[in-house]
Design a protein around this ligand. Sequence first.
Ligand code: 6V0
Length: 332
Amino acid sequence: QAFFKSIMNAEPSSPTKRHTKISVVGAGNVGMAIAQTILTQDLTDELVLVDAIPDKLRGEMLDLQHAAAFLPRTRIQASTDYSVTVGSDLCIVTAGARQIHGESRLNLLQRNVTLFQKIIPPLVRYSPDTILLIVSNPVDVLTYVAWKLSGFPSNRVIGSGTNLDSSRFRFLIADHLDVNAQDVQAFIVGEHGDSSVALWSSISVGGVPVLSFLEKQQITYEKEMLEAIHKEVTQSAYEVIKLKGYTSWAIGYSVANLARSILRDQRRVHPVSVLAKGFYDIEDGEVFLSLPAQLGRGGVLGVTNLHLTEEEKHRFMDSATTILQVQNHLSI
Ligand code: 6V0
């Protein structure tokens, strides 16, 4: 019996907007930070958690469900069985071995490829039209692995890539210039992590290009400061891991931001890992690297035609070559 007595002659309730469903695979620190940010930002009607450890998974589900009185209404489910993900619009994969202090992201790889062989096929089977958003590290290679395992067109397989590096970059520039990070436009492209490429010419605050402004003022020491800021970006994950054991909040917000652009068809430009074949001198190589990409309901809608300086192009190509060499040794 329905709790509310129906109002006479009322039409049966019909949803006013399309029902959306997000699945998060991996209910660890990163997966849970993403899940809670998605919930607080009212991004989906249904949120599903999948993990390999049933007790931890149920504990996390109950803990989130108990916050229902303070959150936008969202159906939260969790299971170790992938059938719970059926009909997902977006599947976010964070499952993986955790990066240990001092361990390079590439070292994590083979362990995570084996995991992906168990994760990607059932996700695809239950949600053949979904968009895959990969977060597990090394994210660029694992996005390629997910693309290969899924058989999806490349526009539906995205890696969170340098979206996080770019937000760290924007924070540090904002802090240095004493402005709001949301007013700082700055992109880091290429590999997520050690060999990422900072695009100096893209940095602007409130529409004013920062580098040419500094050059006109002949503030050369500021350029060194900017280089130091980029170095700090590449070191920041290691520093947070050293201090608290893992990173979670910034990646949580950064991935929720991508989920919003995708599911709400915002068509915003984010630096994310996309199939970079055909860009710059990557003619045949099947490699995923971050470039500023427009995201919407169809996944990657386009990639901006970035002008890279010779040095930037060189560094971007170096990342591509390194990743391609790593991929050649993988059995997928
Ligand atoms: P964590 O806290 O160890 O969580 C990983 C979770 O994956 C655990 O709950 C595991 O039980 C689960 N898991 C393991 N195997 C499976 C499986 N077969 N199926 C389902 N779940 C499984 O790690 P944490 O959450 O800290 O990190 C997760 C991943 O995100 C790691 O690969 C990190 O390196 C990566 N990050 C990526 C970032 C990025 O910018 N792309 C940023 C931060 C972390």
